[in-house]
Design a protein around this ligand. Structure first.
Ligand code: GLC
Length: 527
C-alpha cells in the first residue's frame, strides 16, 4: 500500500454496493428476495470487488412502503428470513472481507409499530409525545401547510383522539418526535443493538426530515412551481426539513458509531443543494462520514454540466470532508434509462474514477434499465398517490438478472415485480462470459481503482471541458491518471497537448485504443 493510502479509512478507499433485498435473490421460492439469497450471492459481490453492501430495510414491516415502514427496529421480517439468517450473512460477508451496512429509518415508524399503536390510543398515553400530534386548525383543517413527499397534506386526522399526526411520507409512516427524550433514547438504542451485533454502519433514511420546526410555521410557497409538477415541490421546505437542530442529532449518531472500534460508517440520505449537503459533515468533520451526494442523479447529463457539478462539489468540500458519488438507487430512474445504454458506460467510468467513495446500485453493473410495469402489476404506493408524474419506483426495483433461466435465476416462481424483457441476454452469467460486457467493464474499473492509489485516494483536477468532452486528472505523488470522457454520440479528437505523454490503459469499449481519438460514447483512462 502507498503511504498516503494507509492514511485512509476502508470506506474512503472502498466501494459500496446497494442491495434492494426484495429484488436481489429469492432463496425460498416465494417470488421475493431474502437474506439467505444475499448470502448465496456474496461470492459474486466479492468477485465484483466491492467493499461493503448496504441492504435496504429487512425489519418486520407491513410493507406499505416496502420495509421503509418499520414495525420493529430490532428484528427481521419473516419474508426476508430471521435474525439468525442475518447473523450468518454478516459472518459470511466478513469472511470475504465485505462489510455490511443496514438501513436506519429514524424519521418515522410504521403505524403498526407498537409505539404508535400506544401513542394513538389516547391523549394521555405515555408514548403520546413519541409522535407529532397537533390540534386541528380553528377551521378543522390540518395544523399547517406541510405536504407529504408522497402527495397530499402531511397531516392525518386520527378520529380516536381528534388530533392530527404528522407523516412526511405515507400516512402509514407516522413521524417520530425526536424532541421527545424517551423516543430519542429508544432510537439510539436501536443503533447500539445493531452495532453490538457487528453491523459495520448505517445508511440513514430521510435524514433531512428528522427534526421539524418546533413552532410548526407554514412552509413558504415556491413561486417557480407550476401545476402538473410534483406537488411536493410546491413548497420551499424551510421549516419541515434541514433544521439547524438536526446537527446535534447527527453529531450524536457519529459519536455513538465512533464509540465502537472507530471504523463504523455513517451515511445519510440527504436530497439537498450542495452547500447545505456539506454541512452534514459536521463541525470539524464530526458529523456524517458520507452525506450521500445525489447530484449526479439530479444533474442533466452533459460534459459541461457534469464537469461544473464536480468543480462545485470539490470546491465546497472542507478539508476534512471525504467526497462520495451516487449514480442511482431504488428511488430514482436507472442511469441506463436516464442517459442511454451507450452513455451508461461513460457514467460507469466517471463514477469509478472520480475522487470519493462510489455507491453502485444493484444491477447497474450489468446495465439494467427501467422496466415498464403493466398497471395491474404496480406495487409502489407512490405510483398511485402521485399518478401521471412518472414518480412510481417499481421500474428501478425489478429483480436482479442472474441468468437466462425462466425467472432469471432470481427465483423459481414469478417474481413480485416483472423481469426486464431482455434478461435472457442481459444477465450476470452471460456478461461474465462476454469480455466486452458492462459487467466486464465494471470489474476492470473496480480492479483498476483498487490497484491505483491515484484513483482511490489521489487528488482531483479538471484538465479540459467543452460541450462534448470532460477530462480530469487524478494524482498522487508522481503518479498521474487522466480520464477523458466523450459525452457525445460522435467521434472527438483529444484536444492538442492533452495527455500526450500518457498511455491509454482502458477504454469503456474494452478494446484496442486509438490514442488521439475518442470514439462516440467512449471513456478513456490514460496513465
Ligand atoms: C427514503 C427511501 C425511500 C422511502 C422513503 C421513506 O427516501 O429511500 O425508499 O420510501 O425514504 O422512508
Amino acid at each position: 500500500m502507498h503511504a498516503n493510502e494507509k492514511d485512509h479509512a476502508w470506506w474512503q478507499r472502498g466501494i459500496i454496493y446497494q442491495i434492494y433485498p426484495r429484488s436481489f435473490m429469492d432463496s425460498n421460492g416465494d417470488g421475493t428476495g431474502d437474506l439467505p439469497g444475499i448470502t448465496a450471492r456474496l461470492d459474486y459481490l466479492a468477485r465484483l470487488g466491492v467493499d461493503a453492501i448496504w441492504i435496504s430495510p429487512i425489519f418486520p414491516s407491513p410493507m406499505a412502503d416496502f420495509g421503509y415502514d418499520v414495525a420493529n427496529y430490532t428484528g427481521v421480517d419473516p419474508l426476508f428470513g430471521s435474525l439468525d439468517d442475518l447473523d450468518q450473512l454478516v459472518e459470511a460477508a466478513h469472511q470475504r472481507g465485505l462489510r455490511v451496512l443496514l438501513d436506519y429509518v429514524p424519521n418515522h415508524t410504521s403505524d403498526a409499530h407498537p409505539w404508535f399503536v400506544e401513542s394513538r390510543s389516547s391523549r394521555d398515553n405515555l408514548r403520546r409525545e413519541w409522535y407529532i400530534w397537533r390540534d386541528p386548525n380553528p377551521d378543522g383543517g390540518p395544523p399547517n401547510n406541510w405536504v407529504s413527499v408522497f402527495g397530499g397534506s402531511a397531516w392525518e386526522l386520527d378520529p380516536t383522539t381528534d388530533q392530527y399526526y404528522y407523516h412526511a411520507y405515507l400516512r402509514e409512516q407516522p413521524d417520530l418526535n425526536w424532541r421527545s427524550p424517551a423516543a430519542h433514547a429508544a432510537m439510539l438504542d436501536v443503533l447500539r443493538f445493531w452495532l453490538d451485533r457487528g453491523i459495520d454502519g448505517f445508511r440513514i433514511d430521510a435524514l433531512r426530515q428528522v427534526i421539524k420546526d418546533d413552532q410548526f410555521r407554514d412552509d413558504p410557497l415556491d413561486p417557480a412551481w407550476t401545476e402538473g409538477q410534483d406537488p411536493y415541490l410546491s413548497r420551499v421546505h424551510l421549516h419541515s426539513t434541514d433544521r439547524p437542530e438536526l446537527m446535534d442529532i447527527v453529531h450524536e449518531f457519529r459519536a455513538l458509531a465512533d464509540s465502537y472500534n472507530g471504523d463504523r460508517l455513517m451515511i445519510g440520505e440527504l436530497y439537498l443543494p450542495i452547500e447545505r449537503l456539506i454541512a452534514y459533515y459536521g463541525a470539524d468533520g464530526q458529523g456524517l462520514h458520507l452525506p450521500f451526494n445525489f447530484h449526479l442523479i439530479l444533474t442533466a447529463w452533459g460534459a459541461r454540466r457534469v464537469a461544473g457539478l464536480v468543480e462545485t462539489y470539490e470546491a465546497a468540500l472542507p478539508v476534512y470532508a471525504w467526497p462520495n458519488w451516487v449514480l442511482g438507487n431504488h428511488d430514482r430512474p436507472r442511469v441506463a434509462s436516464r442517459v442511454g445504454a451507450a452513455q451508461a458506460r461513460v457514467a460507469a467510468m466517471l463514477l469509478l474514477t472520480l475522487r470519493g467513495t462510489p455507491t453502485v446500485y444493484q444491477g447497474e453493473e450489468i446495465g439494467m434499465h427501467d422496466v415498464d410495469i403493466p398497471p395491474e402489476m404496480i406495487q409502489d404506493p407512490v405510483a398511485h398517490s402521485l399518478p401521471g408524474l412518472g414518480l412510481g419506483r417499481d421500474p428501478e426495483r425489478t429483480p436482479m438478472q442472474w441468468d437466462a433461466s425462466e425467472f432469471a435465476g432470481f427465483s423459481s416462481v414469478p417474481p413480485w415485480l416483472p423481469l426486464a424483457d431482455d434478461f435472457a441476454t442481459a444477465n450476470v452469467q452471460s456478461q461474465e462470459a462476454e469480455p466486452k460486457s458492462m459487467l466486464s467493464l465494471y470489474r476492470r474499473l473496480i480492479e483498476l481503482r483498487r490497484a491505483t492509489p491515484a484513483l482511490s485516494v489521489g487528488s482531483y483536477r479538471q484538465v479540459y471541458v467543452d460541450d462534448d468532452l470532460f477530462i480530469y486528472a487524478r494524482e498522487l505523488g508522481s503518479r498521474r491518471v487522466m480520464v477523458a470522457l466523450n459525452f457525445s454520440h460522435g467521434e472527438r479528437a483529444l484536444p492538442a497537448g492533452v495527455g500526450e505523454e500518457l498511455r491509454p490503459v482502458l477504454s469503456t469499449h474494452l478494446d484496442e485504443v486509438d490514442r488521439g481519438v475518442l470514439r462516440a460514447n467512449e471513456g478513456l483512462l490514460l496513465e
